[in-house]
Design a protein around this ligand. Structure first.
Ligand code: NAD
Length: 459
């Protein structure tokens, strides 16, 4: 996956090199050297920090837990990115996720750089007290490199507002007298978190899909119907008819995305399948998403896995294996779990013609190329899942000013920003037959390159 991000950045830089109006004061050999430098800067993280947290467990033994904080690039502002709690976390993954954060912030004009963290644990096997100790240790080990003006972590897979509250409390304790509200985002509202932050990513994911189809394509249907662009033809086939959706992952991002689809007043969108780390639940007549959200809230985030559990919450569904969701016969597939879910092995079995990446990097390069060549619309991660970081920025601002926005103000700003990015990207996408991911990368790389050049970073 890392190679995919690198190669698209390289392609974007090659396209900019040919564009003589871009950085036009750079000519000839100077220009070639500047572009080689840009490639080196953008494809390499500034720093990789790794620590082995020493954590005493409740049973008396002491464990060492590998953990990371990666600083990719801070040309646009302090580093920003989540902390993933998952057993599969590794250095390469954290570096790539930090890289995607740099590109995402640049695309949506958020004044933050790209960072990411990870702790190599399955959080479900630790007690609350042990998780609290792990969070405290993470802050102690990385205290020198984080802070409101340096690097602002947030939740990611396996972490949430509880962990951010604990981490901010530890940061406050070991940095007496310093500002601390902006040290972490994704905190609970009582601890200075923003209203709407928990729902922001999922809401934004659904919004990008809905805006592309129901606003942009619908508004431009007459012009697009004479276009030979394969993505325009795919989108037109989705207009003005009931749709079916499947949502992989039912955590913070997936559950809110599913609820948005379930309640969507603009498009008749039946959520026929959802899945998590254990199961896929399927009902061709549509699932009762609010009942499933209630169930997961009471069961450590897991969906029902037995007929008894389904009966107890009055939900009708077939229980299938967790992978079946990816190749289901649905119109829209929302990916909100982990990376590399659509890959070489299952790419030819995917039936959805619209895929929305709520997760980071859920589609491998092979699958991406194959599906895009077949006219499948893939709304990429850096475009679709930026709601979290956009509202994190609002939370950070609110922490500095200690003035708080209402939920309505937060959503208006969130959707206004995402709409503005879509308006910038979509005309080109439905004009040139390049995948949406490539279009987004070109915009991000253009912004970053201009800033790096003006900051004198190419000498
Ligand atoms: P989460 O921990 O709340 O939920 C993850 C979900 O994925 C859970 O339902 C879990 O059971 C499921 N899952 C785990 N392993 C799985 C597997 N092997 N197969 C299928 N499902 C599996 O995490 P989240 O915050 O919802 O994040 C999901 C994705 O969205 C990640 O890629 C994350 O980087 C990305 N993301 C999250 C945010 C945010 O604000 N939380 C922002 C941007 C991007």
């Amino acid at each position: 996956m890392e190679d995919q991000t690198r190669s698209i950045v390289e392609q974007s830089l090659n396209a900019l090199l040919e564009n003589e109006t871009f950085l036009s004061d750079l000519q000839g050999e100077m220009r070639n050297k500047a572009f080689t430098s840009l490639n080196a800067i953008l494809s390499t993280p500034n720093q990789i920090h790794k620590s082995f947290l020493r954590v005493p467990l409740e049973g008396g033994e002491v464990v060492r837990i590998p953990s990371y904080r990666v600083h990719h690039n801070d040309a646009l502002g302090p580093y920003k990115g989540g902390i993933r709690f998952h057993e599969s976390v590794n250095e390469e993954e954290v570096v790539n996720l930090a890289f995607l954060m740099t590109l995402k912030n640049a695309l949506h004009n958020v004044p933050f750089g790209g960072g990411k963290g990870g702790i190599v644990i399955n959080p479900k096997v630790y007690s609350e007290k042990e998780l609290n100790r792990i969070c405290i240790k993470y802050v102690r080990y990385f205290n020198d490199i984080i802070g409101p003006e340096k690097d602002i972590p947030a939740p990611d897979v396996g972490s949430g507002e509880r962990e951010m509250d604990w981490m901010m409390a530890e940061y406050k304790k070991i940095n007496p007298g310093k500002p601390y509200h902006g040290s972490f985002t994704g905190k609970s509202v009582v601890n200075g978190g923003s209203l709407g932050r928990r729902e922001a990513t999922g809401k934004g994911v659904y919004f990008t899909f809905r805006y592309l189809l129901n606003d942009y394509v619908k508004r431009n249907a007459i012009n697009l119907s004479s276009s030979t662009n394969p993505f325009a033809q795919t989108a037109l086939g989705y207009l003005d008819r009931p749709l079916t959706s499947a949502v992989q992952g039912f955590g913070n991002v997936g559950s809110v995305t599913a609820l948005e689809a379930f309640r969507c007043p603009h498009i008749q969108n039946k959520v026929v399948a959802v899945s998590d780390r254990n199961v896929t639940l399927y009902n061709p007549d549509g699932l009762d998403i609010p009942a499933l959200v209630d169930f997961t809230a009471k069961n450590r985030g897991d969906l029902p896995t037995t007929a008894e559990q389904l009966n107890a919450v009055n939900v009708t569904a077939e229980i299938q294996s967790r992978e079946t969701i990816l190749t289901m016969d649905v119109d829209v597939l929302f990916l909100a779990a982990l990376e590399n879910q659509l890959n070489d092995a299952n790419k030819s079995l995917v039936k959805a013609r619209m895929i929305v990446e709520g997760a980071n990097a859920p589609t491998t390069q092979e699958a991406d190329e194959y599906l895009s060549k077949n006219g499948v619309i893939i709304i990429p991660d850096i475009l679709a899942n930026a709601g979290g970081v956009i509202v994190s920025y609002l939370e950070w601002l609110q922490g500095r000013e200690t003035q708080f926005l209402t939920e309505e103000q937060v959503y208006n700003q969130l959707l206004g920003q995402m709409g503005a990015t879509l308006d910038m990207i979509l005309p080109q996408y439905f004009g040139d037959p390049f995948p949406l991911r490539q279009n987004c990368y070109i915009h991000s790389v253009t912004r970053l390159s201009t800033v790096l050049y003006r900051q004198g970073k190419l000498y």
